[in-house]
Design a protein around this ligand. Structure first.
Ligand SMILES: Cc1ncc(COP(=O)(O)O)c(C=O)c1O
Length: 280
């Protein structure tokens, strides 16, 4: 629709795995911008070095899965300005925009007077805890949306009517649903951070948004897949290896604080037990 074989897409990482996979499905090449400043904010000088004649678009995901980073206004402004200067599209994945705890959320759309070179993606999955209902939406230039609809009609036809009615109810209630959901995740974040305190061999930055904690496990000496497999086999705790979010993140794991407080505490107790066996 936008990409041809040989085109390049810069994805500001770490990135949720389906994103580069979809670029590959288009026959294009995903290029992960995987250098950061403090708090997993993108290194924009490095981002500039990745742009070449084949680059078509930049993908931004703030709030970010897996780091929980929320990109500040100024960073988004600079990304929009780089894209404008180089004539690139921006795809902005904002599915966690209602799950922000400590910082204001800004959409990169604030820097676009019209949607001409911008496509924004959002979903009911996270904001309304409706993951299984499979409803999302896209805002973008009409020439792009027309082609997207053509593809959607031929691949998935439409969202089921049951899900559409559920989504209407969600939108009508909007903040009456999203605020309690956000507060519940905020409390679970506290439970996770309190439980993890003092754990050996791991480091992390408090996530400002989402329901994920991206944890640096490099001091364990294990790569992320070995860590996750051993944790699953020995302690029956399932977490995600950092490698799933880009090759540069093999020294990380992603924890999700989506379950009840007791389950989070028990999961952390087992992770800590696992870490002490590595320490021994
Ligand atoms: C960053 C990001 N974008 C998009 C999605 C897709 O969400 P869904 O397909 O449930 O709407 C996810 C799901 O985890 C995600 O983490």
């Amino acid at each position: 629709m936008l990409l041809n074989p040989g085109d390049e897409v810069i994805i500001i990482g770490p990135t949720w795995a389906q994103c580069p996979n979809n670029v590959l499905l288009c026959g294009a090449k995903p290029v992960i911008a995987d250098r950061f400043t403090e708090g997993f904010l993108p290194d924009l000088d490095y981002l500039r070095t990745l742009i070449n004649d084949r680059t078509k678009l930049i993908v931004v995901n703030s709030p970010n899965n897996p780091t929980g980073a929320v990109y500040p206004y100024e960073i988004l402004r600079q990304i929009a300005s780089i894209a404008d200067e180089k004539g690139l599209y921006v795809f902005s994945d904002e599915v966690y925009s209602t799950l922000v705890y400590d910082k204001p959320f800004h959409s990169i759309s604030e820097f676009y007077p019209s949607a001409e070179n911008l496509v924004v993606f959002n979903s009911f999955s996270k904001a309304f805890c409706m993951t299984g209902w499979r409803v999302g939406y896209v805002v973008g230039p009409s020439h792009f949306i027309k082609r997207l609809v053509k593809m959607q009609e031929n691949v998935a036809v439409c969202v089921s009517s049951i899900s559409q009615w559920a989504a209407i109810e969600a939108i009508r209630g909007a903040s009456a649903y999203t605020e309690p959901i956000r507060e519940q995740f905020r409390a679970r974040r506290t439970t996770l951070l309190d439980s993890l305190e003092g754990s050996p061999l791991i480091k992390y930055t408090v996530p400002d948004a989402t329901f994920y904690l991206f944890v640096d496990i490099s001091a364990t000496g294990l790569d992320s897949r070995s860590f996750c497999s051993a944790l699953l086999e020995n302690e029956h705790v399932a977490i995600t290896p950092g490698l799933s979010f880009g090759d540069a993140f093999d020294g990380y794991i992603r924890l999700a604080f989506t379950l009840e407080d007791d389950v989070i505490r028990e999961g952390v107790r087992r992770i800590q037990h696992f870490l002490t066996t590595l320490n021994a």
